[in-house]
Design a protein. Structure first.
Ligand code: IVH
Length: 665
């Protein structure tokens, strides 16, 4: 390569990496894998060095993130550095070689930790109280996201025990895979943009303007560093982990001291296997010199500490071709495009299909039928199409054009203003009818055993049913006619349908399949409105007065019951004797009769909802603020001002253990 060629390649790489940084940090929608980013960055570094093409604005000179303008900017007293990283064992040995050389004859060991794949945050506690939460930003300055951070339940608002005057904590906010997948499913169904992976979703969530919305996101936290004032700072990395735990901060159980680099390799191999079983994602292992004086001696470069390195696990990716793009119709009419792939092995399973989520996603990645693409398992659950290989190829197909009509019933698709998904709104669209009936019969709804996909399919195709209300008119003779049905199985199904009539009111509400009404909301609706008659006639305002119900759900409920077809179906369900009234809550005791409780902090085992239910079951009531009328304050960890107020007013304070004893659990 000559100098001119090098200049061209450097310019190209800088442009690409800047774009990748922008997509990763600002838009939380990456288009490049970490590995590819690291490789390109290394290539750029090498060229800049070799051809002396330095530029202070180059991506090789910056940490990556930039500070966004909507939050207050905070200067970090000690910068949040990034980590140098490697994907192979020799490079790790080279790192150990460099450490050994600088430390000469000193004895050192390593602390090995998991590398959590989320977003770094910095916390500051003064006299035990959380006073600041900030993003890493560009490493020097970050965003003040204190109000958002305060919604993360893993992060204590108050430190435990005797805490030093100033405590600085660094750690990683992340999401568990399951919670992430559930959130994405919900978003897809609701027609919203889905997140590419838990890491992006965490970074995006932390920067939302509305803390209430942040609180709805399943963000978790692990602490991995502690900064105290000078003299106490001499802790080893291992001691820091212990101290963090003492202070009440969550530390991952996966941290281990290794006395040499061979032991480190062993741990890496072990954890490389184990990571698939963890509920959250890790993209590698961080290796840190354990002793603080030696860390100081090693010092840092402008970007990385010399005393630590990240060993990255390979992301499980594969390359394959897209044979076709098909459309799937969801229960609520959402149209999801799916890539039909040439079968490929990925992380131990054969992958044939990958969700393309929505039209925007296809356009952004410019995915076309016939393309060779990179697929990756996001959170090792759902395969995703990451990028197109060689998008400049001349013989590609035309850009994919999203159909204008429903693939199942041919009615015109529509898109609501604030959504990315196309929808089919024809209520008699066959796959939607089938899915609605399947939902109605599903385990968490009416729990009708034997009414699975294939039976529903046959019943609908034979035109024996077209709504779930028709199920209750079915006769045994009609069912016997279906494939693989005999006298006994037909009778069993009739019995199961009959039995479902006893399912409680909240399940009936859930089974109706109202948009945005999941199990929890259904329960809250049953509790608040008691009968189907009332529920059918409530206004949006009355609905919004219920704690868990916002304007979107309220609008959806009212719209459902306003629809005449739905009214007719609900009426028939009532005539068939389904439960249209909430059963009186079984009273466990009346020990708390007339007593008012206030809950504060997080309890060790009960969620707020569980504790509230228990209080009510035993005759008590809950309120949101402490006053002289309050009888008890049930306080958990990181209880804040409510606890102070209770002490001030002399209100009796209970911890979970005492509360459990009182209710005899
Ligand atoms: S130590 C100077 N430990 O990885 C030390 N970082 O690439 C830097 N990360 O910004 C941080 N798990 O967000 C450290 N156990 C761990 C980590 C960890 C995840 C992230 C962190 C950091 C990035 C560096």
């Amino acid at each position: 390569m000559n100098k001119r060629e090098a200049e061209e390649r450097v310019a190209e790489l800088r442009g690409l990496l800047d774009k990748a940084n922008q997509a990763y940090y600002q838009e939380a929608q990456p288009f490049m894998s970490d590995k590819e980013f690291d490789e390109k960055l290394k290539e750029l570094e090498k060229l800049e060095e070799e051809f002396d093409l330095h530029d202070p604005e180059s991506p090789t000179k910056r940490v990556g993130g930039e500070v966004s303008s909507v939050f207050e900017t905070v200067q970090h007293p000690v910068p949040l550095l990034s980590l140098d990283n490697t994907y192979n064992e020799e490079e790790l040995n080279d790192f150990d070689g460099r450490v050994k050389k600088i430390l000469e004859h000193e004895n050192y060991d390593y602390m090995v930790e998991l590398k959590f794949d989320g977003a770094a945050i910095r916390l500051r506690y003064e006299n035990g109280a959380l006073v600041l939460g900030a993003t890493r930003g560009d490493g020097e300055k970050g965003d003040d996201i204190t109000t958002n951070v305060k919604t993360i339940r893993d992060i204590p608002l108050q430190l435990k025990g005797e805490s030093p005057a100033v405590v600085e904590v660094r750690g990683e906010a992340y999401m568990e895979r399951e919670a992430f997948a559930r959130m994405n499913e919900r978003r897809e169904e609701e027609g919203l943009n889905v997140f590419a992976n838990p890491r992006n979703s965490t970074a995006g969530s932390l920067k939302m303007q509305d803390p209430k919305a942040v609180a709805q996101r399943p963000i978790r936290f692990f602490a991995f560093d502690l900064l105290l004032d000078d003299e106490e700072n001499a802790l080893t990395q291992f001691e820091k982990a212990e101290k963090l735990q003492e202070l009440g901060l969550p530390v991952s159980e996966y941290h281990k001291v290794c006395s040499n680099i061979n032991e480190v390799h062993t741990v890496i191999n072990e954890w490389g296997e184990l990571r698939h079983e963890l509920p959250y994602e890790t993209d590698g292992v961080v290796i840190k010199v354990n002793q603080s004086d030696l860390r100081e001696q090693l010092g840092t470069t402008s970007k990385f500490p010399r005393w630590a390195i990240a060993f990255k696990f390979e992301a499980e990716q594969a390359t394959t071709t897209i044979n076709d793009i098909t459309l799937q119709v969801g229960r609520l009419g959402t149209i999801t495009p799916v890539a039909e792939l040439e079968a490929v092995e990925l992380a131990g399973t054969t992958v044939k299909r990958a969700s393309l989520h929505n039209e925007d996603e296809i356009q952004r990645k410019d995915i076309r039928i016939g393309d060779t693409v990179v697929v990756e398992k996001a959170g090792e659950i759902i395969p995703q199409v990451i990028s197109v290989v060689n998008p400049d190829r001349a013989d590609r197909n035309e850009p994919y054009k999203f159909p204008e009509n429903c693939p199942a019933c041919n009615s015109e698709l529509i898109k609501y203003d604030d959504e990315v998904a196309w929808r089919c709104v024809n209520p008699t669209c066959p796959p939607q009818v089938r899915i609605r009936i399947e939902h109605f019969a599903s385990r968490d709804a009416m729990d009708i055993e034997g009414l699975g996909e294939s039976v529903v399919d046959q019943l609908v195709s034979a035109e024996l049913i077209s709504t779930y209300a028709d199920l209750y008119d079915l006769k045994k003779e009609q069912i016997i006619e279906l494939e693989r049905m005999a006298d006994k199985s037909a009778q069993n199904l009739i019995d199961a349908i009959e039995k479902s009539k006893a399912q409680p009111f909240e399940r009936v509400i859930y089974a109706l399949g109202i948009r945005f009404v999941g199990k929890t909301v259904a329960k809250d609706l049953a509790k608040a409105f008691k009968t189907m008659d009332t529920l059918q006639s409530v206004s949006e305002e009355e609905l919004e007065a219920v704690d868990s119900i916002g304007p979107r759900i309220a609008e959806s409920v009212v719209k459902f019951f306003k629809n005449e077809k739905n009214q007719a179906i609900v009426k028939r369900l009532g005539e068939h004797g389904l439960q249209f009234e909430k059963e009186e809550e079984e009273q466990a005791s009346n020990i708390f009769n007339g007593k008012k409780f206030v809950l504060t902090g997080s309890l060790p085992t009960y969620t707020r909802k569980e504790a509230t239910d228990l209080i009510e079951k035993h005759g008590g009531k809950t309120a949101s603020s402490v006053s002289s009328n309050t009888d008890y304050v049930l306080a958990g960890e990181s209880a804040g001002s409510k606890l102070d107020k209770a002490k001030e007013l002399g209100v009796e304070i209970l911890d979970e253990a005492t509360f459990r004893e009182m209710i005899g659990e």
